[in-house]
Write a protein that binds this ligand. Structure first.
Ligand SMILES: [Zn+2]
Length: 342
């Protein structure tokens, strides 16, 4: 509650700052002196339109669809420090950037509660917003609690309502990604109709690459003997595994804040490892591997190896600049699974 009020106050303060800043710049015709004012001042009728994306896949899709026109736009990747979306809180500068942009793309799930306050202060009334969860509509999936999973700790007070929690990791399905890219293309083409044919053809090329990788995943999963993944970690891949009828067991659901697994959870996964005769246990990127190691130690499969699937939640701006793409990470996941299913 306090957080929301604080954001609202910040938006108001920034709004007021901007209005005074810009009107004075307009009056005497001089260049605004700070970056913040400059951004606001140019947002009205500039040729360089501004797109703000929260997570890396959104940012990368915008780059792909804009192609050579990306250099003519101001594209912001908000979560570029590697903070995952569940823990992100915007800075005053972030709010300002969102408030004046032409297109704002966000996930739209439980972790985006800050977004409505940020948008309330929007200076650009023509702004388009895209929510990935809204694009998926009824195909958004609830977080799944599987056998053996560590339950999230109960909140204080037993009268807490049982709220449905939707899995926010929609980008891990290539089919979802294609659908989302189509909506991003429409929004960009609407903002910049002059270059719409280029955006259309970039989308067609990119969608074909998504389809191709989707077919490759379907093919390795289709011919696998053991279609079960055991995760000694959190499990954000529900949208992904559902696309290929892959089953899984994991220590924690989605992006649960829990990181300590009970003995019960560890021994459940250890038994599964032995029962299914798995020689591989999975973690997500940047895992400390402690749960996976405990599962192996408790199992009869001491030579089991720990392998990583990237959930594309901790890509830094340096990674993004060095050529990492949504497809390169999904292809890396493909290589890992091709080995596992082989
Ligand atoms: Zn997550």
């Amino acid at each position: 509650m306090f957080r929301n009020t604080a954001i609202a106050a910040m938006v108001l303060a920034i709004g007021a700052m901007c209005i005074t800043g810009c009107s004075s710049a307009n009056k005497d015709g001089s260049q605004p002196s700070t970056t913040a004012e400059k951004n606001y001042e140019t947002s009205g009728n500039s040729e360089k339109f501004s797109i703000v994306c929260t997570i890396f896949p959104e940012y990368d899709w915008v780059r792909e669809i804009m192609g050579s026109h990306a250099k003519d736009a101001d594209i912001t990747y908000l979560l570029d420090s590697g903070t995952d979306l569940h823990n992100f809180q915007p800075t005053a500068e972030d709010i300002l950037k969102i408030s004046s942009c032409d297109l704002f793309i966000h996930v739209g799930g439980e972790s985006d509660k800050w977004v409505s306050d940020a948008l309330n202060g929007a200076v650009n009334k023509d702004m388009q917003t895209l929510s990935l969860m809204a694009i998926l509509g009824d195909s958004a999936k609830e977080e799944e609690i599987k056998d053996g999973m560590e339950a999230e700790e109960e909140h204080d007070g037993e009268e807490e309502e049982e709220e449905i929690e939707y899995d926010e990791h929609v980008w891990l399905s290539l089919k979802n990604s294609k659908l989302i890219c189509e909506e991003i293309e429409k929004a960009i083409a609407k903002t910049d109709p002059e270059n719409a044919p280029d955006y259309g053809s970039n989308l067609a090329d990119y969608a074909a690459r998504l389809d191709e990788l989707d077919r490759k995943f379907a093919s390795i999963a289709g011919s696998a003997n053991n279609k079960v993944l055991i995760f000694g970690d959190r499990f954000p891949f529900r949208y992904f595994v559902d696309d290929y009828d892959i089953d899984y067991y994991a220590a924690f659901a989605g992006c649960s804040a829990e990181s300590e697994a009970s003995f019960k959870t560890v021994s459940f996964l250890s038994d599964k490892l032995s029962e299914l005769n798995c020689d591989t246990i999975f973690t997500i990127e940047k895992s400390d591997k402690s749960v996976a190691e405990a599962v192996i130690a408790n199992s009869k499969k001491k030579d089991c190896s720990i392998v990583e699937l990237d959930s594309i939640q901790s890509v830094s701006s340096a990674d993004a600049a060095s050529g990492v793409t949504y497809l390169s990470l999904m292809e890396q996941n493909y290589n890992v699974l091709a080995e596992y299913f082989n």
